[in-house]
Design a binder for this molecule. Structure first.
Ligand code: TMP
Length: 246
């Protein structure tokens, strides 16, 4: 039985705990919800359990599709064992349909199909509002290497293809989503000088980090119900759990 140790980090929606293995950490999912860079705060009852179970299922699915993730195993309703990562301070968004930040930035309606899908880098900083940046910013500021950028782009596109198909089979349109990647130090000894560790998909994949629209009705089944005060927030999370694991 794995012993859970000290709290390493508490974020807005999750807490990370150490374990007796320095390469593994426990990710605990909270019901706390924030929006607009934590200016709006609330609770979505049952969210932690839903996001843990959905993320576990999706990470396993992505691993089967050949995408390396930090997922090791689901431990309990709200806890997941993951490989320890040094998170790269970038948020990758992939967009299949216009919504949210892209509609706001370019003054375009939500719901337009994007072909090809739109890939964006954002600098991970709540204080700055996760600003949009490009490859040159990342390289000049040494946030990641050129090889890491290439790998992240390739993996993100594969995640998109895999998840779009997965959700379409569940009558859900995957509108957009956010990914975070990190370096797993455990394997750095095998990678040679200059390399900082194995690049893995981290964080979570859930209604907090994706936009899901029900096919046919276009009903939003994600955190936009909380962000925009649309009501039925808990029911939307439970519906997504049902579609994913049911
Ligand atoms: P955006 O349209 O607000 O940029 O969001 C794009 C996607 O990223 C959407 O599915 C929600 C997700 N997201 C996060 O996971 N964290 C964030 O801080 C933001 C702003 C969006």
């Amino acid at each position: 039985m794995l012993k859970v140790g000290e709290k390493l980090y508490e974020g807005k929606a999750k807490i990370l705990y150490a374990t007796e293995d320095p390469n593994l950490v426990v990710q605990y999912f909270k019901d706390d919800a924030t929006a607009f860079n934590a200016q709006k705060r609330g609770t979505i009852l049952g969210k932690g359990a839903v996001n843990n179970q959905i993320s576990a299922r999706l990470f396993q699915w992505l691993e089967q599709a050949g995408i390396p993730t930090h997922f090791v195993q689901q431990l309990s309703e709200r806890e997941m064992l993951v490989k320890r990562l040094q998170i790269i301070p970038l948020e990758v968004t992939m967009r299949n349909i216009t919504a949210g930040g892209m509609s706001r930035m370019l003054g375009i309606d939500e719901g337009l199909v994007l072909e090809p899908p739109v890939f964006e880098w954002h600098y991970k900083s709540d204080a700055l509002g996760d600003p949009l940046i490009n490859d040159d910013h990342i390289l000049a500021l040494a946030l990641a290497t050129a090889q890491e950028l290439e790998t992240i782009r390739r993996l993100s596109s594969k995640v998109n293809d895999t998840l779009k198909t997965y959700f379409a089979a569940r009558r859900i349109d995957l509108v957009d989503f956010k990914l975070e990647f990190g370096r797993h130090p455990a394997d750095s000894s095998r990678l040679g000088a200059g390399r900082q560790g194995q690049l893995l998909l981290g964080d979570e994949i859930s209604p907090d980090t994706c936009r899901f629209w029900e096919q046919g009705t276009k009903k939003k089944l994600d955190k936009d119900r909380f962000r925009r005060d649309l009501g039925d927030v808990e029911a939307a999370y439970q519906e997504m759990l049902k579609r994913v694991v049911g």
